[in-house]
Design a protein around this ligand. Structure first.
Ligand SMILES: Nc1ncnc2c1ncn2[C@@H]1O[C@H](COP(=O)(O)OP(=O)(O)O)[C@@H](O)[C@H]1O
Ligand SMILES: [Mg+2]
Length: 141
């Protein structure tokens, strides 16, 4: 699996997630940061949705973890949003299946991870029983 390139970090904030109200903080903060670097309202909504799918998964499947939100830049003035979601839960058994639409072990829609990948421009996922789950996703303006 491709490792994403490092980008210059302009701003960074970490949100611990363990209960559903934390999703609201993730959504609000993501929207704010996306607005700040010039994403339109529809894009802000989509990026915030991607972030909240990841924080929802942390709460549901790993109980707790954190989300790092970054504004990043590359090639001088190209700006973007980076979402890093990390937990130390028991991991995803079969990532290929988890990335398929409508696969869920939680009796829900199973659209979370596929939509994050679709919404964002870059997507990386790594998961193991020892180290839990790490998702990194970036969206360029
Ligand atoms: N952070 C996580 N830790 C462990 N398993 C996860 C995590 N995130 C996702 N999964 C697994 O991947 C599956 C697919 O996730 P997702 O696409 O968000 O759909 P849903 O949450 O509706 O099941 C989940 O059902 C779960 O089995
Ligand atoms: Mg989900």
């Amino acid at each position: 699996m491709k490792i994403l390139a490092m980008n210059k970090i302009i701003e960074e904030t970490t949100i611990d997630v363990c209960e559903s109200v934390d999703n609201a903080v993730v959504i609000y903060t993501t929207r704010q940061m996306a607005a700040q670097i010039g994403f339109n309202e529809a894009q802000q909504f989509l990026i915030a949705t991607a972030a909240s799918e990841l924080s929802t998964n942390i709460i549901r499947y790993a109980k707790k973890g954190f989300v790092i939100l970054r504004t990043i830049s590359k090639n001088h003035d190209s700006r973007g949003i980076e979402i890093i979601a990390k937990d130390n839960g028991s991991g995803i058994e079969d990532i290929d299946r988890a990335m398929q639409e409508h696969f869920s072990t939680g009796n829900s829609l199973g659209l979370g991870l596929p939509s994050v990948k679709r919404i964002m421009d870059e997507f990386f996922i790594e998961s193991s029983p020892e180290n839990g789950t790490l998702v990194i996703a970036k969206k360029w303006r």
